[in-house]
Design a protein around this ligand. Structure first.
Ligand SMILES: C[S@@+](CC[C@H](N)C(=O)[O-])C[C@H]1O[C@@H](n2cnc3c(N)ncnc32)[C@H](O)[C@@H]1O
Length: 300
């Protein structure tokens, strides 16, 4: 069964950078439900799409029946250099990071704290999952991920409590984990968000190596950008956004066209402050509330 209920985010904002341009070659590194890709195809552009997700592959195949200008690769975008791409340089590269609504609703992945799934959270393949982390990481590793990826102030207290609880009984499901978090006595951020959000975020980032994937991809992205191409990145949490912000800063082109990174390429930062979704978009799609879009123009 194809799951396809993901609503693409900040479509107008992204298209505002390429309005009036025709026949662009676009690389959509996070195809998901294909929402962004479909809009690009409808505007007559050529899309190379990447996603690690099987469901995405099925959606892409279906899309190919109506649009011949799409090439899909099932892969982790951090490994882009291993792909035998039909098109090698792009006018726009888009990353819409994280997981899709289709994946959030998938009980086998178990990203939601509303569904009682087996502890997993892996939506990108690979061997790690939240069950292994929660039941086998030592106290210091747990503390590290809760601190770094969850920004939980009492990370040490939480790690200690989990290690103690799992020695009595393994923690197998999302609901069991939520119960442990509740009983831990740790103060989580809970204004406007579910109290388990920070811990779930930490486990998800660690399981899928989300930040590493982004960092590794950014090391390679300049090889795939045509002159004057746009790099557009939508992130959903401050850790990702910080990486993107620093990337554009470190690789900025100065006023005298000198490259900050001392290489022969750089970026003009087109979004001094990240763009956020309009109020009406957030009303229609709650997921858009935490989205931040940064765009740079490639100069070489
Ligand atoms: C927010 S969704 C993208 C939604 C898409 N823009 C749309 O309009 O339907 C993120 C997608 O990126 C994929 N993804 C995240 N990190 C990835 C990675 N490192 N490599 C490949 N795909 C990745 C996820 O599997 C997910 O399908």
């Amino acid at each position: 069964m194809i799951r396809d209920k993901h609503i693409p985010i900040m479509v107008n904002e992204i298209h505002s950078f390429i309005n009036n341009k025709k026949n662009l070659s676009i690389l959509d590194c996070t195809f998901g439900g294909g929402g962004h890709t479909k809009k690009f195809l409808e505007s007559g552009h050529f899309v190379t799409a990447i996603d690690q997700d099987d469901n995405s592959m099925i959606i892409a195949r279906k899309l190919k029946k109506n649009f011949s200008n799409i090439f899909f690769y099932k892969a982790n975008f951090r490994n882009i250099n291993l792909l035998n791409l039909e098109i090698k340089k792009f006018n726009l590269i888009l990353l819409d990071l994280g997981f899709s609504s289709n994946q959030l609703d998938d009980i086998n992945i178990g990203l939601s704290f509303k569904l009682n799934s087996n502890l997993n959270m892996n939506y990108l393949g690979g061997n790690l999952n939240a069950h292994k982390i929660i039941n086998h990481y030592d106290k210091y590793e747990l503390q590290r991920i809760f601190d770094l990826y969850g920004e939980i102030k009492q990370a040490e207290k939480l790690a200690k409590y989990i290690v103690n609880q799992r020695s009595i009984k393994k923690i197998n499901t999302n609901f069991e984990l939520i119960e442990v978090l509740k009983e831990s006595g740790v103060k989580f951020r809970s204004k406007k968000i579910h109290f388990a959000t920070q811990a779930f975020q930490a486990l998800r980032i660690e399981t899928n190596k989300e930040l590493d994937n982004l960092v590794e991809f950014l090391k390679k992205v300049h090889d795939y950008l045509d002159i004057d191409a746009y790099l557009a990145i939508i992130s959903f949490h401050s850790l990702e956004d910080r990486i993107v912000k620093n990337f554009f800063k470190e690789n900025k082109v100065k006023k005298n066209r000198e490259f900050n990174n001392k290489k022969n390429w750089g970026f003009e930062n087109l979004t001094k402050k990240p763009l956020i979704a309009s109020k009406s978009e957030v009303l229609e799609n709650n997921r858009a509330r935490s989205a931040k879009l940064r765009v740079g123009r490639f100069i070489n």
